[in-house]
Write a protein that binds this ligand. Structure first.
Ligand SMILES: Nc1ncnc2c1ncn2[C@@H]1O[C@H](COP(=O)(O)OP(=O)(O)OP(=O)(O)O)[C@@H](O)[C@H]1O
Ligand SMILES: [Mg+2]
Length: 371
């Protein structure tokens, strides 16, 4: 087990800067997830930790030692990729043990280690099969087994579950979480799926354009996002946003927006003025137009059985999603309705995307801020 530090790490490919001055401390035994949109630099950053890509600037430390110039094979890391890259002509057992073979380990010792790992990953009944005779989930278990058998100090996963169907993904996600509980090895896991990040991570690193937007526990990122990007990225369905403008004169201290929105809202930090508000689908209630804070048209309802999502058009290009515990009556569809929400459910953002803290609003999840 080992800690990982990245110190002012940057990476250019030619003139293209893909990682921009990343500083990050990962604790020994921690499960950290890198999340962010496609192309934001997640894989590149993970490969820099692994030593598969050299940083253009900055330093990488593992267990306190500077490994910036140490090759991948000497860093004590094991990598699991999205594509399993198993050896097609080798049995499951040999695939798992192959790294130990190349190290020259004795056959008996290899076979013992391979059996232990195979039992742990529930592929011990498949030891003589070839990869083509396995399901996607079984192949991914073998790929994890191959990493596990080397007893690395650090596990690196790059979207290991994205080739699996959603049931298998959920199952493997649980297996990986259990593996971390048992091994307590430092793990860094890349995904673009925020729900995978929320369920697996001790801490999530949100990346965007090669920079860190925020680092925090899943709860911190959900309840106290630093900016609009994190607010919009974490949570599913995503947060609803609406452009608003601060009022002046007799209405100072209020904001106004489409759908007849007018509410008291005063910034408590000097980041303002408030340019946009956001409310999560689960923070909204569908009410009559007269009882709502925002007027809108209920265009469509999605019925998922245990929950419903209403799509409410506020302007030509703004639709808010509201999470409903039960189906609205069908005669409401196509009609003008209202959306209501508590003051504490409202997030506010300045024009540059930074979150504006609000006076009088309790800082939701503030207790989770303490490390
Ligand atoms: N070897 C390379 N040469 C040039 N550009 C590269 C190279 N590898 C990655 N890039 C570029 O660096 C940026 C970051 O790529 P990276 O693979 O790290 O993104 P990612 O966040 O993992 O995306 P995805 O979610 O699609 O896997 C992209 O713009 C990509 O085109
Ligand atoms: Mg990637």
């Amino acid at each position: 087990m080992a800690s990982v530090s990245l110190e002012s790490v940057s990476k250019n490919f030619g003139t293209h800067t893909v990682i921009q001055g990343v500083d990050l401390e990962i604790n020994d035994g921690e499960f950290v997830v890198f999340v962010g949109p496609s192309g934001c630099g997640k894989s590149t950053l993970l490969r820099i930790v692994a030593g598969l890509v050299a940083a253009s600037k900055g330093a990488v430390k593992i267990g306190g030692d500077d490994v910036t110039d140490v090759p991948a094979s000497k860093r004590g890391v094991a990598f699991v990729f999205q594509s399993y890259a198993l050896y097609p002509h080798m049995s499951v057992a040999r695939n798992i043990g192959f790294a130990l073979e190349t190290l020259g380990m004795a056959k008996d010792a290899i076979s013992q280690k391979v059996s232990t790992v195979a039992r742990m990953l529930k592929v011990d009944h498949l030891m003589e099969r070839r990869p083509r005779e396995l399901s996607g989930g079984q192949r991914q278990r073998v790929a994890i087994g191959r990493a596990l058998v080397r007893q690395p100090e650090i596990f690196l996963f790059d979207e290991p579950l994205s080739n699996l169907d959603s049931d298998l993904r959920m199952e493997m996600r649980m297996e990986i979480a259990k593996l971390h509980d048992v091994l307590k090895t430092t793990m860094i896991y890349v995904t673009h799926d925020q729900s995978e990040a929320m369920t697996l991570a001790d801490r999530i690193v949100v990346l965007n354009h090669g920079r860190i937007e925020q680092v925090g526990t899943p709860q911190q990122l959900y309840h106290t996002p630093d900016n609009r990007f994190v607010a919009g990225f974490i949570g599913s369905p995503r947060m609803n946003f609406l452009a608003v403008s601060p009022q002046t004169g007799a209405n100072a201290g209020r904001i106004a927006g489409p759908g007849n929105l007018s509410m008291a809202m005063v910034a408590s930090n000097p980041t303002g003025p408030i340019a946009e508000i956001g409310v999560r689908p689960e923070g909204l209630r569908l009410v009559s137009e007269a009882d709502g804070r925002i007027a809108c048209t209920l265009e469509r309802v999605e019925d998922l059985g245990h929950e419903h999502f209403g799509y409410c058009r506020i302007t030509e290009d703004t639709v808010w999603v509201v999470r409903l515990a039960s189906a609205p009556s069908s005669d409401q569809i196509g009609k003008t309705v209202g959306l209501d929400f508590a003051d504490s459910a409202v997030f506010a953002f300045a024009g540059d995307g930074k979150r504006v803290l609000l006076k009088g609003a309790p800082e939701a999840g503030a207790e989770a801020r303490e490390p």
